[in-house]
Design a protein. Structure first.
Length: 335
């Protein structure tokens, strides 16, 4: 007995085959394009726990990488501004001391005349910001580190104008910068006596990359440049000889302070090395977890492409068969 199949049933069967083949092709195509398996249930064996743990760790590593990047950038910016301060101070060291040593007032004052502008540059460096946060203001990241240069100079000038000699002027300047109750401590430094928040580079590893504008080496640098400017502008009550004495004291101080600034920058350099090492470790750890993640969800590109090509041939065969079935009519053979 022969049982026939209706045209409608035949077309429905071909349509179903067509649909299944299209879905399989889409799945294979997505795996080729994304590189990920489409069926995570099958890929994980029904247990998503290990995959979720890896994803959570990768997210944490990405956030930590951003923290490390920001910390490295702030440390680099601090290093650059400290270099500017050190280079500015160097202009009033050896050369100025040499000019004073040979008694050349013209040469000494020629060098010293730029000190007032140098103070502006140093204050600008100390008030530098990165990402909207002050670099040298300690915990007061929203505030400038020091008062503007005009205010600092005016405060010192008010103390030295009536100084009858260089010794009195030097004492007044030192009292302003180094007395815990002096002008710089109360009005010159506008940041916080607390360091900026430390940065976490890894679990249990934190670094303090913050330098403050009230650091003794920084105050020494400001003191020497201000002293040169006071002498160059004659903003004291002494004679020209007293001005030369001020220049000599400031030049000697500038040379000594160079070593202190170098030590400060060297300490910051060690922190930068620690940050770089943490960045390398974080990157390596991220790569390891990426490999573990890909071992679970990554699709074999060759296998997926081969499957896609096979399905493409199958799809073409379905189209051909559908076309031929559509043309098979009884009246075509009864003519």
């Amino acid at each position: 007995m022969f049982t026939g199949v209706s045209d409608l049933a035949s077309h429905m069967q071909m349509a179903l085959t067509n649909r299944h083949t299209k879905l399989a092709m889409n799945t294979a195509g997505q795996e080729v394009a994304s590189g990920h398996k489409s069926d995570l249930m099958k890929a994980t064996g029904g247990d998503y726990g290990p995959l979720f743990a890896i994803e959570r760790t990768l997210s944490q590593l990405d956030m930590r990488a951003q923290t490390i990047k920001d910390t490295a950038a702030k440390a680099a910016a601090s290093q650059l501004n400290m270099e500017n301060i050190q280079n500015t101070l160097a202009q009033y060291g050896t050369d100025l001391l040499g000019a004073v040593g040979v008694g050349s007032q013209q040469q000494a004052f020629s060098i010293a005349n730029s000190a007032r502008g140098a103070l502006d540059r140093m204050v600008s460096a100390l008030n530098a910001r990165y990402g909207g946060q002050s670099l040298f203001a300690g915990a007061a990241v929203d505030s400038p580190a020091v008062a503007d240069a005009a205010t600092i100079y005016a405060d010192v000038k008010a103390l030295t104008t009536a100084a009858p000699d260089s010794a009195t002027a030097i004492a007044a300047i030192d009292n302003y910068f180094f007395n815990p109750a002096g002008g710089f401590a109360s009005t010159g430094f506008t940041g916080s006596a607390l360091d900026a928040p430390r940065a976490e580079l890894a679990d249990g590893e934190v670094v303090n990359y913050s330098l403050r504008g009230d650091d003794p080496a920084v105050r020494q640098a400001l003191r020497n440049v201000v002293m040169v400017a006071i002498a160059a502008n004659g903003d004291h009550g002494g004679s020209t000889t007293d001005s030369m004495n001020l220049l000599q004291e400031a030049a000697q101080g500038a040379i000594t302070t160079q070593d202190r600034l170098t030590d400060l920058r060297e300490g910051l350099g060690h922190v930068q090395e620690q940050i770089d090492a943490a960045a390398a470790r974080n990157s390596a750890e991220n790569s390891t977890f990426q490999i573990n993640r890909n071992a679970i969800i990554a699709a074999d590109p060759y296998e997926a492409a081969t499957r896609f090509q096979a399905l493409q041939g199958q799809m073409e065969a379905v189209y051909v068969m559908t076309s031929r079935l559509s043309g098979m009519k009884l009246q075509n053979y009864l003519r």
